[in-house]
Design a protein around this ligand. Sequence first.
Ligand code: HSE
Length: 402
Amino acid sequence: MVEIAIMGHGVVGSGVANIITSHKQKLYSAVGEEIHLKKILDLREFPDLPYADKFTKDFDDILNDVEIRVVAEVMGGIHPAYEYTKKLLLAGKSVVTSNKELVAAKGAELLQIAKENNLNFLFEASVGGGIPIIRPINQCLVANNVMEIAGILNGTTNFILTKMIEDGMDFDAALKLAQDLGFAERNPEADVEGYDAVRKICILASLTFGKHVYPDNIHTEGITKITLEDVKFATKFDSVIKLIGDVKQLDDGKLDIFVAPMLIKKSSQLANIDNEFNGIMVRGDCTDDVVFYGKGAGSMPTASAVVADIVDCVKHLKRRKFLFWVDGSNENVLPYEQSKAAMYVRVEASAGDELKKIFGSDIKTVSNGANIAAITPVMTVKEFEEKTKDLKLLSKIRVGDL
Ligand code: HSE
C-alpha cells in the first residue's frame, strides 16, 4: 500500500479524492498495490464527507508523515503552494500538481530540486485539464523537431466565446455560467485577460524547447475587447475567433510566442473546438499536425490527469521520469513587435478609403453598412502599428494560419 495526501479540496482536489476513493480497484490494477488516501489539507471543514476524518488544517501533518510518499498539490496560486512543494520534495516526497501558475513561475527550480532528490515532480493536469499533452510531447512526439504548438488552452474563454457566438449570450452572463460550472479561476481576470493561457503556452514551450519561458514578458491579450460585430464579420471571412496560445521556433532559434484572439479559418482543426473544450495542435517535422482535444477544465477531467500523475509517481517511487527543462532568461524570445501576421481590421465605413490607401486598393473588404472590415497582408506587428497609427481602428485581431 502506498500512502498519499492531497493539498486543497476545491474543484480539482475534491475530484482527486473522489477518483482515489471510487476507482480503488482500477487503480490497484494499474499499480499492483493499493493507493491509499491518508490526509487532505484544507482550512475548511467538510463534516458530511465519507472521508471527513482525513482532513487536517496543518501542513506539517503531511510534511512530517514518513508514510506519505506522494502529494497532490491542487491548491492553486503560487503561495504557499511553492513553499509547500519545495519542502515536500526536500523531505523526500514526490509531488504532482494541476497548478499552472506554480509550474509556469517555478517549474525549472522545482524540477531541479526533484532531480537532486531522485523524485518526481509531475504536472500533466496543468495544461489541457483532462487532455494528455505533457506526456505526449515529452515521450510520444520526442523524435520530432516541433515547429509550432497552437492551442485553445483556456476553457472559460472558449466557453464564453461559444455562448456569445451560438446563443448571443452577453459576456457577463456567459462568464457567470462558466464560474458556476467550476471552469473559471478564482479570479476570472486570469481567464479573460489571457493570463491562464499564457502560463500554459509557456509550460508547453519550456517542455518542448528545453528552457524555462517565463510568462511575465510574453505578449498576452484576452477576449474582453471582442465584440459581436467582430464575431459576425469573422463569419464573412469564413473564420471564427478563438483565443490562441501559440509558440513557433524561428530559424535563428528564437521563440515567437504569444497569447491573442485570432481569426482562424472554419476549416482549421481548432475552429470547431467549443464550450469548455481545449484543443492543442502540435506541428512536428515527422508527424505533421497532431491535435489533442478534450475537456480542458472542470473537476473530474482535471482530477483524472492528477490521478494519472499519482499513479506514475507510485510506479516510479525509486526512479525519476525524465521530465526536465533548465532555467531560462527569455533572451531567446522574439520581441512581439517583430512577430509577423496578417491582421483583421474593422473601421467606420467613412474610413474605408483611408484603409485602401494604406493597404492597397486591391485589399478585400466587407461591409455591414456602418463598418468595413478587411484582412491585411502579412507584416510585422511594428509595421502594422506604424501604418495604422493615424487610422481610427475599431478592432484589430491577428489572423492565424492554423
Ligand atoms: N480556468 C481554467 C480554464 C481552468 O478555464 O481553462 C483549467 O486550467
